[in-house]
Design a protein around this ligand. Structure first.
Ligand SMILES: *Cc1c(COP(=O)(O)O)cnc(C)c1O
Length: 371
């Protein structure tokens, strides 16, 4: 890597989102702000109706499908409104399309938002809630009983705030599975063909804020209600090829660069997962070997590879950790404002080297601050 002009804080960015992006993608983005090589224009001034942008959309769609191992039974859409917009759009589109109630898992902060929004649209069934246990763990199979009558099952694969992640697929094969993968999309293989819909905004693993990727199986599109405002109807965006109205050209271009990086530099999701597993193992090991100086927040078997949430003994010590880590060039290590504490997010763009630096800093901090 060319370290000239490299900003150490970019390399040591553990932010929960928007997350770190790979150095070599940042370089291409930097160049594109002035001129995109094959367009001869600034990325900020290219029409979404241009042939160049049609090619960007086509390649990005193709890359997402090929990384996920999907065929053309699926549409890939680039939408706006964040993952949050999907919480209500899904409910509006599919509630009432089967005799039973939609089923939701309440496993943390973000699924709480999805449940709240769905309830604004109509009744749902919350199959399981981790609220009374502070969302420190995920449900076991014997705590879940799915109904074949549900129009869909909705859950979140990785709870970004609490740092817990499913290592299996839930639900019945006969009921459409809808999964918010905002914080672990394209971080590992996910048997995508067993989902009817996967959605993920870009700003954790895939690029800047402004675009949300929706991967939707065609038979689910056919079930969607057709009396919604056009903007909220998935069919409008499918028909228009994701340019129903002005899309975030810049954000979509960066997503394209990330998918190229995943394919060409990393070599696909199996390799990406191996890298992510090694990074997480290193950090969890440091926490587990700290003689309870660092306290992991979540149940060991449900630990997230993407978001490592942990605590120190007192809020004062956590504050000192944040100050000193920041002085050492680290950023984004504060926990989500909903729960406080500390969190290191290990998205695809965070390198093994950065995690090694963090672990070294943590050992040093422990030495200086242990009673
Ligand atoms: C961050 C996050 C969201 C919120 O997404 P917005 O794009 O800000 O609406 C939703 N779901 C999950 C799992 C998240 O991590």
């Amino acid at each position: 890597m060319n370290l000239e002009n490299t900003n150490i804080r970019n390399l040591r960015n553990f932010s929960g989102g928007p997350g770190a992006l790979p150095e070599n993608v940042l370089r291409q983005v930097q160049e594109s702000i002035h001129t995109v090589p094959d367009a001869g224009l600034s990325i900020l001034g290219i029409s979404h109706r241009s042939k160049w942008f049609a090619d960007v959309i086509a390649e990005a769609e193709h890359n997402v499908l090929s990384l996920l191992g999907l065929n053309d039974d699926y549409h890939v859409l680039f939408l706006q409104g964040g993952a949050t917009q999907q919480f209500s759009t899904i409910a509006m589109s599919l509630m009432g399309t089967a005799p039973g109630l939609p089923e939701y898992l309440l496993t943390g902060y973000w699924s709480g938002k999805s449940v709240t929004d769905a309830k604004h649209i109509g009744p749902i069934k919350t199959l399981w809630s981790g609220e009374s246990e502070q969302y420190a763990r995920l449900p076991n199979d014997d705590e879940l009983s799915f109904s074949p009558e549900a129009p869909y099952l909705h859950y979140i694969s990785n709870e970004t705030v609490e740092g817990i992640q499913f290592q299996r697929i839930l639900g019945l094969e006969s009921v459409p599975r809808i999964c918010d993968m905002s914080s672990d999309f394209l971080s590992r293989p996910c048997e995508a063909n067993r989902f009817s819909m996967i959605y993920a905004h870009a700003q954790k693993n895939l690029g800047p804020a402004g675009v949300t990727i929706v991967v939707m199986r065609k038979d689910l599109v056919a079930r969607c209600k057709d009396d919604l405002p056009e903007f909220l109807d998935y069919r409008s965006h499918i028909k228009a090829g994701s340019i129903f109205n002005t899309p975030p050209v810049f954000a979509i271009y960066v997503v394209l660069l990330i998918t190229r990086w995943l394919k060409n530099d990393i070599g696909g999701l199996v390799n990406m997962n191996a890298i992510n597993e090694a990074k997480a193992a290193l950090l969890y090991q440091a926490i587990d070997n700290s003689a309870s100086f660092y306290l992991g927040r979540s149940a060991k078997h449900d630990r997230s590879l993407m978001n490592v949430a942990f605590n120190l003994d007192t809020p004062e010590l956590e504050k000192r950790f944040l100050e000193e880590s920041s002085a050492a060039g680290f950023s984004g290590l504060n926990g989500h404002r909903a729960i406080g504490g500390l969190r290191a997010s290990l998205y695809n763009g965070v390198t093994q080297h950065a995690v090694e630096d963090l672990v070294e800093f943590m050992a040093h901090f422990q030495q200086q601050n242990q009673q």
